[in-house]
Design a protein around this ligand. Sequence first.
Ligand code: PEP
Length: 258
Amino acid sequence: MIFNNNSIMRRPCIAANWKMNKTVPEAMDFIYEFLPSVADVKDADIVVAPPFTALFAAAERLVGTNVMLSAQNLYYEEKGAFTGEISAPMLVDVGCDFVIIGHSERRQYFGDTDVIVNKKVKAALNNGLRVIFCMGETLKEREAGQTYEVLQRQLLEGLREVEARKVIVAYEPVWAIGTGKTATPEQAQEAHQYIRSKLRESGRDEADSVRILYGGSVTPENVDSLMACPDVDGALVGGASLKPGSFERIVKFTRGHQ
Ligand code: PEP
């Protein structure tokens, strides 16, 4: 468990975002190798987010284990003429516990605005899914001194009329995603602290118990120093989650200095 300065307990959460990687056999090979290696991890939530096509097979294997299943996206309508889309009830049906919403790649390449992100968050929660809500500034925004303005907008718009205790926030600076350029622990802590303070200011009494994950080139080498930050409650991991051994090491980050 992580204890922050106010002694609020926040259970670490380590989530793998596989993006558009892995066929069904590749996903299952990962899961078969990974599960026994983390079976003894009792003090963290472990989540994997395979592509849609591997969700069903993964769900069947994950039943009764300590690894939870997430989708990477959804569409906010429940059903109907939306060719190519997947709804929240469909994700529940296939066995998902979580869904990632607002990932920067969705915002950047697929037009997910704050308004759309907010609709997706509500659709997920209304259907009993848990949400990993992603947010973060681009390099251009950081260099222009707009980081906090962007974070505030994404947080308040994306979580408009949403109870924050129902979501896990993932701070993912866009310049750190898939670039090998990680935020320093100081940069991560500063942003996480800011996000928590904004949650508090927006009247969310539960702000201290909301988990805020860091994402952006997390690796076995840097996870310990990031997890040592008082407001970093876990990690959302892309590239380094694709190999079981690497993700296992991240899940087994060094405890004890929180
Ligand atoms: C991500 O996709 O959420 C991510 C953080 O990717 P990477 O770890 O590869 O930077």
